[in-house]
Each structure stands twice: as structure tokens, then as C-alpha cells.
Design a protein around this ligand. Structure first.
Ligand SMILES: Cc1cc2nc3c(=O)[nH]c(=O)nc-3n(C[C@H](O)[C@H](O)[C@H](O)COP(=O)(O)O)c2cc1C
Length: 235
């Protein structure tokens, strides 16, 4: 009888412990991007998922027009950008243009697709999930001004922060090659953002002068680097 009582107590204590651990994982820790599943999808525990409307088909600004209009615009307004435009912006930056092959609008060396694209808004920090065409809430609260001291970040309604996830870059034999290809790949994404903004009459500026340590802490980045950030807004 005594043995059964002790056994029951042990079982109850372990169930409670497991529940507490589960709760802690979901509520108290900043969710992190843990790399990719075998099928190429990212796995992450998000606080909330917002599905993005697929509206890029409606934008038909000629490519040459976008090239002619591409420029750095730092004097951004704080006015909100509609979700449709944000959806197209993220797709243009790093969406899948060949979803069957899981290939993206931006090329990447050895197709490692190492970038995680974060969207900082007044509500929180979201991770772009190209496969689901959604944004996943990772951190609650307005952290836009923490990206950089440069004043456009506090004003722009949204900012994109591009983080090279080194977990996906093991194929490169040394850190020199890894860093070189991460920097080159960042350039393609940045130019896509510039060209989308030019065609959609939005302003943006590529910024390398960002608070990397702060961003890494905010996003719980252990093995990666925030490379470039783009505040985006009306002007
Ligand atoms: C890699 C890179 C980093 C940059 N970093 C910053 C920055 O931190 N702050 C800023 O105001 N502009 C930054 N810029 C924008 C450049 O100053 C801008 O592209 C340049 O003045 C040319 O202007 P344009 O883009 O209108 O042709 C950066 C541009 C690049 C390509």
C-alpha cells in the first residue's frame, strides 16, 4: 500500500514538472528559429500567426521604371502601410517564386537560403514564413527604435531585419567563406526590397549601422548575424 502511494506521488510530481516545463517554453522564452526541417520548412514556436494576403499579382510597375526610381529615402512618414503591401514587400524580399521547388526570389550561394527575415512593427517582431505566406509573432512590443540609433527606425511603421542563420551554412568550409557568401546574399535581398519600394512608391534605406548585439539578444540569435536592416514607410 505504502509503495503504491509513493509511486502515485512520483507520477503526479513528474506530470506537474513536465507541464511547468512546457508552459515555460511557450510563455517565457523568446522563441528562436531552430533551423529547418528536412523538407526545408522552418520550425519555430510562434506566439501568434498572421496570414498574409497574396496580392503581389496586382502590382505591375514596369521593371525599368523600378530601376529608374530606385533610391535611398531616409525621410519616412510614420503612417501605417496596408497589410497587402507588407505582404508584397516580404514576398519581393525573400518569398518563394517557385514554391514547388522551394526556391526564392533572391538567389543564395549553394541554395542554402540562410536568411531569416524579421519584421519589426509597433505590435511586435514577426518572422516571415515564406512557405505559409504568413508572419509569426516572436516577440511582443515595439522594438523598432532598438534596431539602430538612426532616426528613421523609430519613425518608419515597419523595418525589415535580415539575419544570416549560420546553422544553415555548415556547407562552407571556413568562416571567411561563410561570411563572404552571407554578405553577398544579403545584397540580393536588399536590392529586391529597394526595387519593390521603388515600384510601390515606398521609401527605404539599407542600413548596416545597426545595434547587432541588441538585435541578437532580442531575437535569441546564438549562431548568426543581423546583417542589414531596411526601415520602410511612405514618404
Ligand atoms: C551595405 C550598405 C549599408 C548602408 N548603410 C547605411 C546606413 O547605415 N545608414 C544610412 O543612412 N544609409 C546606409 N546605406 C545607404 C547608402 O548611403 C546609399 O545607398 C548611398 O548613399 C547611395 O544612395 P542611393 O541608394 O540613393 O543610390 C547603406 C547602403 C549599403 C549598400
Amino acid at each position: 500500500m505504502k509503495k503504491i502511494l509513493i509511486l502515485t506521488l512520483v507520477v503526479i510530481v513528474s506530470i506537474c514538472g513536465a507541464q511547468a516545463q512546457k508552459k515555460n517554453t511557450v510563455n517565457n522564452r523568446v522563441p528562436s528559429v531552430n533551423g529547418t526541417n528536412e523538407d526545408g520548412t522552418i520550425h519555430v514556436n510562434a506566439l501568434e500567426t498572421i496570414e498574409l494576403p497574396m496580392s503581389y499579382e496586382g502590382l505591375h510597375a514596369p521593371f525599368i521604371h523600378a530601376l529608374k526610381e530606385r533610391r535611398t529615402i531616409r525621410d519616412l512618414h510614420e503612417e501605417e502601410i496596408p497589410l497587402e503591401l507588407i505582404s508584397s514587400l516580404l514576398w519581393s524580399a525573400y518569398g518563394y517564386n517557385r514554391p514547388d521547388e522551394m526556391k526564392r526570389v533572391a538567389p543564395s550561394a549553394v541554395n542554402v537560403q540562410e536568411y531569416d527575415i524579421y519584421l519589426f512593427t509597433r505590435e511586435g517582431i514577426y518572422l516571415y514564413n515564406a512557405e505559409k505566406n504568413a508572419i509569426l509573432l516572436m516577440v511582443k512590443g515595439d522594438h523598432r527604435a532598438e534596431i539602430s540609433q538612426q532616426k528613421h527606425f523609430a519613425v518608419a511603421p515597419v523595418s525589415i531585419v535580415m539575419v544570416a542563420n549560420y546553422d544553415r551554412m555548415g556547407v562552407f568550409k571556413n568562416t571567411e567563406d561563410r561570411d563572404f557568401y552571407a554578405a553577398v546574399d544579403a545584397g540580393y535581398i536588399s536590392q529586391n526590397i529597394y526595387l519593390f519600394c521603388a515600384s510601390a512608391k515606398l521609401g527605404t534605406v539599407a542600413c548596416g549601422g545597426i545595434n547587432r548585439d541588441t538585435i541578437h539578444k532580442l531575437l535569441n540569435i546564438k549562431n548568426g548575424r543581423a546583417m542589414l536592416a531596411h526601415p520602410v514607410g511612405m514618404f
